[in-house]
Design a binder for this molecule. Structure first.
Ligand SMILES: NC(=O)c1ccc[n+]([C@@H]2O[C@H](COP(=O)([O-])OP(=O)(O)OC[C@H]3O[C@@H](n4cnc5c(N)ncnc54)[C@H](OP(=O)(O)O)[C@@H]3O)[C@@H](O)[C@H]2O)c1
Length: 258
C-alpha cells in the first residue's frame, strides 16, 4: 500500500491547501467535503480521489469509509472539516448555531474517526503505522468573549483528541492535534459572520495572518516525521498574534527602531 490520506473539509481553505501539499510530496489523497464541484476542481489539479460527504450524516460517513476501503484504503486521516457560526455572547447566541458547531466540529469528527479507524488499522497492518490529525484551534485552548459555541466545540475537539490518544495507546497509530490562530481563508470568517464581507475583512486588516498554505506545510510536516514521532499538540500562530487577545496591527518593528 502507498501512503494515502483522507482529508475532510477539502473543498476550501486549509483542507484544500493540505491536499495540494500532500499531493506535491507524492501522497495519494482522498478529498472529502459536501461541495462536489469544488472537489472536482481540486482533483483536476492534484489527482485526489474525491468523495462528497456531509460528515454530520452517519449514513454518508459509513458510505465514505466503505469507499475509502474499496479504493485503496488509508494510512492517514486529517479531521479538518469545521467552522464557526456566529460571534454572539452566551446570553444572546442561538441554540441552533451551537448545535451546528457541535455537529461539524465534534460529532462529525467523532463519526469520521470511528468509521475510518478499522480502515486505518488495515493500512497499518500493511505499512506498520497510521496517523490521525485533528484540526482544532487556539479557540480550543483559550476562551474569548463571543467565542461561545466555537470555543466550547473546539475545547471538546481537543478533549476528544486526548481521549483517542489514550484509547489507542499500544497501537501503532499516532494521534496529533494542530491548533492554529488567525488564518486568512476565504470562507471561514464570512461563514461565521453570516456573509457580512465588511465585518469579515476586519480581523485580517493591517496584520500579517497565517495563510492556508502555512498551516498545510506544518500539518503535512507532522505526517512526514518518522512514524514513531507523535507531535501531540502543535500550536501555530502568526508572529503578529501573541495570544488570542494580542494581535499586533501595523508593521512589525524592532525595539528602538522608528
Ligand atoms: N481560518 C481560521 O482562522 C482557523 C483558525 C483555527 C482553526 N481553524 C479550523 O480549521 C479548519 C478549516 O478552516 P478553514 O479556515 O479552512 O475553513 P473553511 O474554508 O470554511 O473550510 C471548512 C471546510 O469544511 C467543510 N465542511 C463544513 N461542514 C461540513 C460538513 N458538514 N461535512 C463535510 N465537510 C464540511 C467545508 O466544505 P463544504 O462546505 O463543501 O462541505 C470546507 O471545505 C476548521 O476546522 C476550522 O475550525 C480555522
Amino acid at each position: 500500500m502507498q501512503k494515502r490520506v483522507v482529508v475532510t473539509g477539502a473543498s476550501s481553505g486549509i483542507g484544500a491547501a493540505t491536499v495540494r501539499r500532500f499531493a506535491d510530496l507524492g501522497w495519494h489523497t482522498v478529498a472529502v467535503a459536501r461541495r462536489a464541484e469544488r472537489l472536482r476542481e481540486l482533483a483536476a489539479q492534484t489527482g485526489a480521489h474525491t468523495i462528497a460527504c456531509d460528515i454530520t450524516d452517519e449514513a454518508q460517513v459509513a458510505a465514505l469509509a466503505a469507499e475509502v476501503a474499496a479504493t485503496g484504503g488509508a494510512t492517514g486521516l486529517v479531521n479538518n472539516a469545521g467552522g464557526a457560526f456566529g460571534a454572539d455572547s452566551v446570553e444572546h447566541s442561538s441554540t441552533e448555531d451551537w448545535r451546528r458547531m457541535f455537529e461539524v466540529n465534534v460529532l462529525g469528527l467523532r463519526s469520521v474517526t470511528a468509521a475510518l479507524l478499522p480502515v486505518l488499522r488495515d493500512g497499518a497492518r500493511e505499512t506498520g503505522w497510521a496517523s490521525i490529525l485533528n484540526l482544532t484551534s487556539t479557540a480550543g485552548h483559550s476562551a474569548y468573549p463571543g467565542g461561545g459555541g466555537y470555543n466550547a466545540a473546539k475545547y471538546a475537539a481537543h478533549a476528544v483528541t486526548e481521549v483517542l490518544r489514550l484509547e489507542l495507546a499500544g497501537e501503532p497509530i499516532r494521534v496529533m492535534e494542530l491548533a492554529p490562530g488567525l488564518v486568512h481563508t476565504e470562507e471561514f470568517t464570512l461563514n461565521r459572520l453570516r456573509g457580512d464581507t465588511a465585518a469579515a475583512a476586519k480581523p485580517y486588516a493591517d496584520v500579517i495572518p497565517l495563510q492556508a498554505e502555512d498551516v498545510a506545510a506544518v500539518l503535512v510536516g507532522a505526517f512526514e516525521q518518522p512514524p514513531h514521532v507523535n507531535q501531540d499538540l502543535i500550536v501555530l500562530r502568526p508572529v503578529a498574534q501573541s495570544s488570542v487577545f494580542h494581535t499586533h496591527r501595523g508593521p512589525l518593528t524592532l525595539n528602538g527602531d522608528a
